[in-house]
Design a protein. Structure first.
Length: 392
């Protein structure tokens, strides 16, 4: 490998685990020891694929387009050969006559692991190869009682990916910075939620990780074990942030860790309430499937479905109704679901509610019907829709 002459990798900071790293470097075979010297922080995975263990690297063309296919599920009885390319970066500070100057060095680390098992077995290669995915930490350890090694990569925002293997081949080659940058231009993981607001940067680690959907950051957060802790400054717990920013995978992970489904924020809103307000449909789906109370009322007396109607969130209204929400529930000031939909001035929401088992002529506490409220709107489309519905 001619490692020293490459000069583009460095000993990773293991936060005080220098003795562990030294032992790996001294006891491990050279290719395995080489893995411990890679600076994994901020590295990006360029390719990742697996193949049955009876095949060999020579059987696959180097320019094969199969590098980005998903890794199939497998377990200990059926180990595979894992091929990966990781682009790492290392900063170098030079003392020049003009003062200190930092430059970035980049290298492509090509890896082949034989008799390998990946944990989790259903890791989505597409997520690991996304433009917003990077390695936050890398650790290497010997598997006690087995003639095997394990490389653990904390991929942010995906989570931890571990590769257990018996043999490895490693090569390193310097590359241009543009090779590294282009990986960041790949499509992101496909989140459709809002971009986190500026306040997130000042939130606690757990809330910040939840807002970004950063499973890797959640593992690193100091307060990750206290999943119900409410940020004293912003009034959100991690579950609220995950609902607010429509992070379904984060919600599932937090609930798996024991987060309270009915936890309220500093303004008395549950995660489901926040998801409804933000039209965060994937979050709504996760929270409903987890057993969120569909009839819980907010401080104004609205159930989630009424709140969704008032917000003009047609698809959320449809989802909550399909999940069993009471479509005849009244909201604040006695508003029916149809009145709330009309007040939203959203035609699609009104259409959705009209298809449900609602009383079209019901009055609110002020004696107004949905038709009366529609007559107050500047646009007559909703009034026309209600009139057409009564004549059908």
């Amino acid at each position: 490998m001619n490692w020293p002459s490459v000069g583009y990798v460095s000993l990773e900071d293991f936060d005080g685990q220098s003795e562990h790293v030294a032992r790996v470097l001294e006891d491990a075979p050279p290719p395995v020891a080489a893995l411990a010297t890679v600076r994994w922080t901020d590295a990006r995975v360029a390719t990742l694929r697996s193949e049955p263990s009876h095949r060999h690297a020579s059987d696959v063309a180097e320019d094969s387009t199969s590098d980005t296919t998903a890794i199939p599920g497998h377990g200990l009885p059926d180990p595979v050969v894992v091929h990966a390319e990781v682009l790492v970066r290392n900063d170098e500070v030079l003392d020049t006559p003009d003062g200190l100057w930092r430059r970035w060095n980049h290298a492509r680390v090509t890896l082949r692991f034989d008799d390998a098992v990946i944990d989790p077995p259903d890791v989505d290669a597409g997520a690991v190869l996304a433009g917003d995915a990077h390695i936050a930490r890398g650790e290497l350890d010997h598997v006690a009682g087995e003639d095997a090694w394990e490389l653990r990569l904390l991929v942010s925002p995906v989570g931890e990916v571990a590769i257990r293997f018996r043999d490895a081949q490693v090569s390193v080659r310097s590359v241009d910075e543009s090779d590294y940058d282009v990986l960041g231009d790949r499509p992101t993981r496909g989140w459709h939620g809002p971009v986190p607001d500026g306040w997130v940067e000042w939130a606690t680690e757990g809330v910040r990780a939840a807002a970004y959907g950063d499973l890797g950051g959640l593992h690193l957060a100091d307060d990750a074990s206290d999943v119900d802790d409410v940020d004293p400054r912003w009034g959100f717990a991690p579950l609220h942030a995950a609902a607010w920013f429509d992070r379904p995978e984060m919600l599932e992970e937090l609930l798996r860790r024991g987060a309270t489904l009915a936890l309220i924020d500093s303004e008395g809103r549950t995660p489901l309430t926040l998801a409804v307000d933000r039209d965060a449909r994937r979050a709504v789906r996760v929270l409903v499937a987890a057993g969120a109370d569909l009839e819980a009322r907010d401080s104004d007396g609205n159930t989630p479905i009424v709140r969704a109607a008032w917000g003009g969130h047609a698809e959320v209204v449809r989802m909550l109704a399909a999940a069993g929400a009471d479509v005849r529930a009244r909201g604040s000031r006695g508003a029916t679901l149809l009145i709330a939909a009309v007040d939203s001035a959203d035609v699609d929401t009104v259409r959705v509610v009209l298809d449900l088992d609602v009383d079209h002529a019901a009055e609110d506490d002020e004696g107004s019907t949905a038709a009366d409220r529609a007559g107050l709107l500047r646009d007559g489309a909703i009034a026309d829709l209600l009139t057409a519905d009564t004549t059908d």
